[in-house]
Design a protein around this ligand. Structure first.
Ligand code: FAD
Length: 536
């Protein structure tokens, strides 16, 4: 059950109810039934650290559960999210009827990251049918921890919201977070409200303003338009991996289905629009809308507007989308919806800010480092940032006011993450040529549309690339499809698509690979039951 702590939104006042929940949650049972009265007194609990979390997405909730699991009765946690609502005595996600579109994307969690979450969280997330292993072992998913795991972001959010309120006794508040006018002394604010963080903007005096200069070409911030084509998959997820890795135009991440992401040229991006009864509608790509199949057309059910390429016989984009489906063995009947988004990056100057005496705020998750998703690291980076702060609070909180110096190592870790992950993403965005000069993906794709096209040579070269990827992956993942299946996929594509795939180049795994930022190991206490026995 969730209860609203304190009175004023954004303050760090803690209710007695929340504190009792925290004590009960830490012990795993009703304390009065199991623990000798003297046992609680002997523990002489010090004042708990008060932690507010702005934003209950995957990073905010994972942070809340992990800090509660590690610090137990030394912390009282409250999370705010504007996408929640109260339903009886529970807090649940708002749904489409409430105007909230839940995210359907599949994300890949590296094993260095998922294995650092509390064991209780891991057990809830990774149940049969809810995750899959599609991608190979690598530096951030070493053999001793296991392969990366694909999981739906919506499932992560559902599990964590339930665990936060039912198991960890976290106070979940279904409201937007508003920083208090006067910062409260003592306490911690974890800012996890996403890439367009309003809380970061409100506290810009402490963090500075995100700057796009480092991720610009010729003075213009580089922004990429991507189409997300959601499909039901026909083939085992991992069979498609060599096709994704052999080029940079289409990326398919799947859990029995998922999104084929398609990088667009500027000309293709102008085609991404919907037409309503009275003309163009700001819809797909502008308001996060998805167009879904409706007979022969694709239509936005929110605006009743038709996705123009689906009815435009002169569309260049539509047959290219179809080639994307064919590449992964799918057909129009497998498409569930199409959406579009723009990706760019900015640099943050600082991730830690002092709000008042003994009171600090931290940028975590996408609020700290919003990444281009092609290398697929946004959530992993967000969870690493959250786990670093959890470990820091565990090692530094002694019931006395925290000092700025307590966070020097965490701030250094955040700068390291920013450098490693944004440089990986930036290299993938500009795709350097053999001389190391930026050769943007858009130019590479566009050049593929120009003839002449020697079809047999294009297929031969791409097939050789796919086979080379297959042989590199053979010891690092499960079985792949036979060569003939990959050859059939290539034969199904148009000449222009074949050439643009070839031009887009295979994944630059060597350039973006290498050492990963290590995850802080956390020594979670034994879980319920075991802890009660120890106390008795
Ligand atoms: C297509 C796509 C594919 C991706 N694939 C991968 C992948 O394979 N691997 C990977 O690691 N990452 C991937 N990512 C990135 C990943 O989805 C993000 O990094 C992750 O969702 C960030 O989580 P977050 O909790 O920091 O932010 P968000 O998920 O944006 O959550 C922020 C939360 O804050 C809430 N909020 C906002 N403002 C307020 C406010 N004022 N008050 C209260 N609450 C507020 C929102 O409602 C939301 O719940 C992908 C992203 C995309 C778009």
């Amino acid at each position: 059950m969730s209860s609203r702590a304190g009175g004023t939104t954004g303050s760090t006042v803690v209710s007695v109810d929340a504190t009792m929940k925290m004590i009960r949650g830490d012990l795993g049972v009703d304390a009065t039934e199991v623990v000798e009265p003297g046992a609680l007194l002997n523990l002489a609990p010090r004042l708990p650290l008060r932690v507010d979390v702005a934003g209950g997405g995957p990073v905010g909730l994972a942070f809340a559960c992990s800090v509660q699991a590690l610090l137990g009765r030394d912390v009282v946690v409250r999370v705010f999210d504007r996408r929640w609502k109260r339903a009886g005595d529970r807090v649940v996600w708002r749904d489409a009827a409430d105007g909230n579109r839940r995210r359907e994307q599949v994300v890949t969690l590296q094993s260095n990251v998922w294995s650092a979450l509390p064991p209780r969280v891991q057990r809830a997330l990774f149940v049969e049918g809810r995750y899959g292993e599609m991608w190979p072992l690598g530096p951030d998913s070493p053999a001793e921890r296991g392969r990366p795991r694909n999981i739906k972001i919506r499932w992560i959010e559902d599990c964590l919201l339930d665990l936060a309120q039912d198991h960890y006794g976290v106070d979940v508040v279904p409201e937007a977070y508003t920083p208090p006018a006067t910062p409260v002394e003592g306490g911690v604010l974890a800012i996890c409200d996403g890439a367009r963080s309003a809380t970061r903007a409100a506290l810009a005096a402490g963090f500075g303003t995100p700057n796009p200069d480092l991720y610009s070409l010729d003075g213009t911030p580089l922004q990429e338009r991507v189409l997300g084509i959601r499909i039901n998959a026909r083939v085992p997820d991992e069979h498609t991996v060599p096709l994704t890795v052999a080029q940079n135009r289409f990326l398919f991440n799947s859990l029995g289905g998922g999104f084929i992401n398609m990088r667009l040229t500027a000309e293709e991006a102008t085609e991404v629009q919907s037409i309503g009864r009275f003309g163009p509608v700001d819809c797909i790509g502008k308001q996060g809308c998805t167009v879904r199949p409706d007979g022969y057309r694709f239509v936005c059910d929110r605006h009743q507007a038709t996705f123009k390429p689906s009815v435009d016989r002169l569309s260049f984009l539509w047959p290219r989308i179809q080639d994307g489906l064919r590449l992964f063995g799918a057909e129009w009947g497998d498409v569930v919806g199409i959406t579009s988004f723009t990706l760019g990056m900015t640099q943050n100057s600082r991730f830690t800010a002092q709000l008042s005496a003994g009171s600090y705020a931290f940028l975590l998750g996408d609020a700290a480092n919003s990444l281009h998703f092609w290398p697929g690291r946004g959530l992993n980076t967000g969870l690493k940032s959250a786990l670093s702060l959890v470990g820091t609070l565990k090692s530094r909180w002694r019931g006395k006011p925290l000092r700025l110096a307590d966070f020097a190592a965490h701030e250094g870790y955040m700068q390291q993450l920013q450098f490693r992950e944004k440089m990986r993403a930036w290299t993938t965005m500009v795709m350097p040529d053999e001389q190391g000069r930026p050769h943007g993906i858009e130019d590479r794709i566009r050049a593929g549309f120009e003839g002449p096209h020697d079809r047999q040579a294009l297929i031969g070269e791409l097939f050789a690339r796919v086979r080379a990827v297959k042989s590199r992956l053979v010891d690092r993942m499960g079985s792949l499809a036979a060569d003939e299946w990959y050859l059939d996929r290539l034969h199904s594509l148009s000449d222009a698509t074949l050439k643009s795939l070839l031009n887009s180049a295979p994944w630059i795994t060597r350039e973006v690979g290498g050492d990963e930022v290590p995850v802080q190991p956390l020594d979670y206490p034994a879980e319920r039951g075991a802890r009660v026995l120890a106390l008795a």
